[in-house]
Design a protein around this ligand. Structure first.
Ligand code: SF4
Length: 435
């Protein structure tokens, strides 16, 4: 059984056009978007019979494993085709991709490919590039053609040496001079849109500004592959690459796997596929350790679910905690949720002075370059905190570590239980050799 969510990502949800009992074929439109609104359609990700339509979801009883699909029939611009495919940005909040494809850049503009795969644990982007680097280059060229960009840059962390080599030799074989690979520092959040622009084309936009203001359009790896699938193979966006990690019986400690599953696949199906949950867990985390959300077995994979981790238990810390919120990591509600799971009481909240509040969430002044956190730590100490819980990026974690222990305060990071699950070093004082 597949449960496709009607509201996915940013924009107006599409309207269901199927009813209970209808037979549907994989790739067929099952919810239609309003062409006048910011909205994309939804397609059946499997062939089957519609079991139920609710306000939230369309449930399909799968009757065939056939991976063929009804091809897109739309004529028009690349942006029109991408819109008809139902594609939304797959690395973040799910902004409809057709809008970005419709951007018209000024001369000298860039398509930036975010291949940073910034969140620890997740690896489905690298897994997608490795067997098929030429399709990524093709996709960048299509995006360049659509937006009038003259150059393309693939920003990828230095630690992915093999993938960098592969992409570099692919560009050489294709004799592609307008696209290049640019290694990035091994830090979080170097994949954040404005951080990527700063570190690739040397443009630092103010918080809240869009990349087009710096004459660039940014896509993540998976979105680019899906753009190519839509334009070249006429494929609607119906399957998702997902990193599966943590306490599952068929995964060894620290091991992860990448699956390619129909959108709407329930987490319970993935659990069964990997032999069941192995012992007690802290939580089921959908997304990466920094920006993911807690879910249960009834949740489903939607278009923006990049990973599912079944975590170790939280470290019990029955202390008075002060929390510092960062723009690029978990926000206050998630930090409070983690504190509660640690058995701690929150006695104070501080927000990094580089974090600027937006309509939705926060944006950092200069992502990953920390102004120092001593003042925030001292304020929490004054509020009675015995320890600090942070969700900060690499450099900022360093600065908390530079002050809190001197005041006798332990430091905990929102990702600790995930890093423990995977046998990775806790995020504290940054050391590139630990990567
Ligand atoms: S400077 Fe502050 S807001 Fe920016 S990444 Fe670091 S902790 Fe987060």
């Amino acid at each position: 059984m597949i449960r496709e969510q009607i509201r996915q990502g940013i924009g107006a949800p599409p309207t269901p056009i199927v009813k209970e009992g209808d037979k549907v074929t994989r790739g067929q439109v099952i919810a239609q978007n309003d062409p006048e609104k910011l909205s994309v359609p939804l397609h059946a990700s499997v062939t089957g019979v519609v079991a139920k339509v609710t306000e939230e979801e369309i449930i399909i009883d799968q009757t065939s494993d056939d991976m063929d699909y009804v091809p897109l029939e739309v004529e028009g611009s690349y942006s029109d085709i991408v819109r008809a495919s139902g594609l939304i940005g797959l690395g973040g909040a799910g902004f409809p991709t057709y809008v970005k494809m419709n951007t018209q850049l000024k001369p000298g503009g860039y398509i930036l490919c975010n291949a940073a795969e910034c969140e620890p644990v997740l690896r489905h982007n690298m897994e997608q590039i490795e067997p098929n680097p030429s399709h990524l280059v093709e996709a960048i060229k299509l995006a360049m053609e659509s937006t009038g960009a003259e150059k393309g840059i693939i920003g990828i962390k230095l630690k992915h040496k093999d993938v960098i080599k592969k992409l570099t030799s692919t560009l050489k074989e294709m004799n592609e001079k307008a696209v290049r690979v640019l290694p990035l520092r091994n830090v979080y959040p170097v994949g954040e849109e404005r951080a990527l622009m700063r570190d690739t084309i040397n443009v630092l936009l103010p918080p809240g500004a869009l990349p087009v203001e710096g004459n660039a359009v940014v896509f993540n790896v998976e979105t680019l592959y899906a753009i190519r699938d839509a334009i070249v193979d006429k494929k609607p966006y119906i399957d998702k690459y997902v990193t599966i990690a943590g306490k599952l019986k068929d995964l060894k400690k620290g091991e992860s796997a990448v699956v390619h599953v129909p959108i709407g696949t329930p987490i319970k199906v993935l659990i069964d596929q990997f032999g069941g949950i192995d012992g007690d867990i802290g939580e089921i985390l959908i997304g990466g350790p920094y920006t993911g959300r807690r879910a249960d077995e009834n949740a489903v994979i939607d278009k923006i679910s990049g990973g599912v981790t079944f975590t170790d238990l939280f470290d019990e810390q029955p202390k008075k905690l002060g929390i510092i919120q960062c723009a690029c990591g978990p926000l206050e509600p998630r930090l409070r949720q983690i504190a509660e799971s640690m058995g701690s009481e929150v006695v104070g909240l501080q927000v990094c002075k580089n974090a600027h509040e937006q309509k939705v969430g926060y944006k950092c002044q200069d992502p990953g370059n920390c102004p120092g956190q001593a003042e925030k730590v001292m304020a929490l100490k004054k509020a009675g905190a015995e320890a600090v819980l942070i969700g900060h990026c690499t450099d900022c974690s360093n600065t908390v570590m530079g002050s809190a222990p001197k005041l006798g305060m332990d430091v905990h990071h929102a990702t600790d239980h995930v890093m423990k699950t995977m046998g990775l070093h806790y995020i504290r004082t940054f050391d590139e050799n630990l990567l």
